[in-house]
Design a binder for this molecule. Structure first.
Ligand SMILES: [Fe+2]
Length: 132
């Protein structure tokens, strides 16, 4: 199951939207290579780990700059995700992608992003768009 991009996910903050699109592209690439090339999978999870940290950093800097009141909660959602992604990545590095990881992968690579962008990022973007 791919992670489907839709323009209804746009936040209106260009830098955030372009990073989200790149994330979706890379996550889909990862899902495509699952079960086909362990080497490729590892390469993409390495890339994603860095990219996600940078992406969260971008959002957090904008929130600080805009004095966004929900910054602490948003930042802690990012921290929780980073930790969970790291655990997933460690499992993938150890075991490869297997059926036991399916539920976790669907949650972290698909549902989490759709939900986070729709509920958390859009709210942030609406605030910072007015301020920056
Ligand atoms: Fe976010």
């Amino acid at each position: 199951m791919p992670l489907m991009w839709s323009d209804s996910l746009l936040t209106g903050v260009t830098v955030i939207d372009s990073q989200h699109k790149e994330l979706f592209r890379r996550i889909n690439e990862l899902l495509d290579y699952a079960g086909k090339s362990r080497e490729k999978v590892q390469e993409i999870t390495n890339f994603l780990q860095n990219y996600i940290i940078n992406h969260f950093g971008t959002e957090e800097r904008l929130m600080v700059k805009a004095d966004y009141p929900d910054y602490p909660a948003h930042k802690s959602a990012h921290e929780k995700y980073s930790q969970e992604f790291k655990e997933l990545k460690d499992s993938i590095d150890k075991e490869g992608i297997n059926v036991n990881l399916t539920v976790k992968m669907n949650h972290l690579l698909i549902d989490w992003w759709i939900n986070h962008i729709n509920k958390v990022d859009k709210k942030m973007a609406e605030f910072i768009r007015d301020k920056i």
